[in-house]
Design a protein around this ligand. Structure first.
Ligand SMILES: *Cc1c(COP(=O)(O)O)cnc(C)c1O
Length: 449
């Protein structure tokens, strides 16, 4: 591949795997960005309406959804104790956690897009076979006749782990056969859990891009296989974007204002870009220029940063910078960003910051100790967001550029914890130990042993 052209200072930090905050020069006011975009607010409302039409069906398939009548949603938590633990210096503003680690059914942000896309396909298939009419209740999709139809069809996907979990769970719950192509980094417990549900898991030695490519290829040869394409799917994207409407309501319930005097900052871990892309798109569409979306990526897999930073605007893999795409943040271990997501993010996201693996474990541990929340390493990538904005040179420059330095004391910061509740106890214990070790070695009083 040709050498990418990237601003020299950013390229230096990238090559050295040195955490930094990159600001997006192509950020424009939302009104100007929207003109260039295909999707609109309507698409988000459509997706939400369709999801609610599946509420009864979802409640039937997953009894854990009874309390919310089939809505898959996560809590918004106060993160005051986590914030206080980082002081002095982090007192400014209100910090919240959007806890997608606790999303029901799939335990990660992938529950949003993945389940939505499979439901759309299931509905289309039943309509095509005359087993459902437009006016029927979607609960019919759980009937024996429809299930028998699904049993003859396959849903396939390429994944680093969590999308496979999400798709495998919903597909088998509906009666489909499911095939998940996992990249080399996929955790064994995610694979075991899928196999226990009867999902066929195909392990690939290569990275995420390779797993997706071979899954796509195999699916193409079989007319009964539907492939969920994480690199190129508007359905996934709109499924994810619904989270923005939900966050809007949760903020309103808490009487939290978002306007020129009360900016909203949102920090989202980013892999291929679909989930943070859908959510950023939704938030910018709803809150306009008062919301500031920042992405978080591992220092060895900053695929969206690289994609947005290349000066001649073309696809680009992290390998051309000598980066190996190896990280404990399996959900973010992606070498090449989705072109669909990058196209949307180009003018909508404010910037990207990078994170070292040790910082993930340290922050995961800190969150557990302060707030009692258990997340997976990928989700921890977002946790340094406010510090980058409040305390780095680039962060202060951003505040000045946008003219919001004076209102930062009234800002709301939302840390989006994207996965974790399905992590088995012994696996989590390993994360905890690693974080505790790092924490202690850093905070050990000097001069004594
Ligand atoms: C997949 C994933 C992400 C990022 O989503 P993308 O659509 O790949 O950008 C973030 N966190 C976790 C835990 C994930 O599984």
């Amino acid at each position: 591949m040709r050498q990418p052209k990237i601003a020299a200072d950013a390229e230096r930090s990238l090559r050295l795997c040195e955490p930094f905050l990159w600001l997006n020069n192509n950020l424009v006011p939302v009104s100007r960005a929207q003109v260039r975009l295909r999707p609109s607010l309507r698409d988000i409302y459509d997706a939400e309406a369709r999801l609610s039409s599946y509420g009864g069906l979802l409640m039937h398939l997953f009894p854990e959804l009874r309390p919310t009548v089939g809505t898959i949603e996560s809590p918004l938590y106060h993160a005051g104790k986590f914030q206080a633990a980082l002081s002095p210096g982090c007192e400014l503003g209100r910090w919240l956690i959007k806890g997608d680690h606790a999303l029901p059914v799939a335990g990660s942000i992938k529950a949003r897009g993945g389940i939505y896309e499979v439901l759309l396909h299931a509905e289309a298939l039943a309509l095509r076979h005359g087993l459902l009419s437009q006016k029927d209740d979607r609960g019919i999709l759980a009937s024996p006749r429809v299930r028998a139809l699904y049993g003859e069809h396959v849903i396939a996907v390429g994944s680093t782990g969590n999308l496979g979990l999400s798709i495998g769970i919903i597909a088998t719950a509906l009666g489909f056969r499911a095939k998940v192509h996992m990249s080399g980094v996929a955790k064994s417990w995610k694979i075991d859990r899928l196999r226990a549900r009867g999902v066929e898991v195909i392990r690939h030695n290569g990275d995420f891009g390779a797993a997706v490519a071979s899954g796509r290829e195999i699916a193409r040869e079989d007319s009964r296989t539907y492939f969920v394409d994480d690199e190129n799917s508007w359905s996934l994207f709109f499924g994810y974007s619904v989270a923005a409407l939900r966050l809007q309501r949760q903020l309103a319930e808490r009487h939290i204002q978002v306007d020129a005097q009360h900016p909203l900052f949102v920090y989202l871990p980013c892999g291929v870009g679909g989930a943070p892309g859908g959510i950023s798109f939704g938030l910018r569409t709803i809150f306009g220029d008062h919301v500031h979306c920042f992405l978080a990526e591992p220092v060895s897999s900053p695929c969206m940063l690289v994609r947005l930073a290349v000066l001649d605007d073309r696809p680009c893999s992290v390998s051309v910078l000598g980066l190996d795409n190896r990280t404990e943040a399996d959900g973010l271990a992606v070498g090449k960003a989705s072109e669909l997501a990058a196209g949307v993010m180009r003018h909508l996201v404010s910037g990207v910051f990078t994170v070292r693996d040790e910082e993930l474990f340290e922050d995961l541990y800190r969150l557990e100790v302060t707030e009692g929340l258990r997340i997976e390493p990928s989700a921890a990538a977002c946790l340094r967001g406010p510090q980058w904005i409040l305390h780095s040179e680039a962060g202060r420059r951003y505040q000045r550029n946008l003219g919001i330095a004076e209102v930062m004391d009234k800002a709301t910061h939302v840390l989006w914890t994207t996965g974790g509740s399905l992590v088995p106890e012994d696996e989590y214990h390993g994360f905890h130990e690693r974080g505790a070790g790092l924490w202690e070695s850093k905070n050990r009083p000097t001069g004594r042993s």
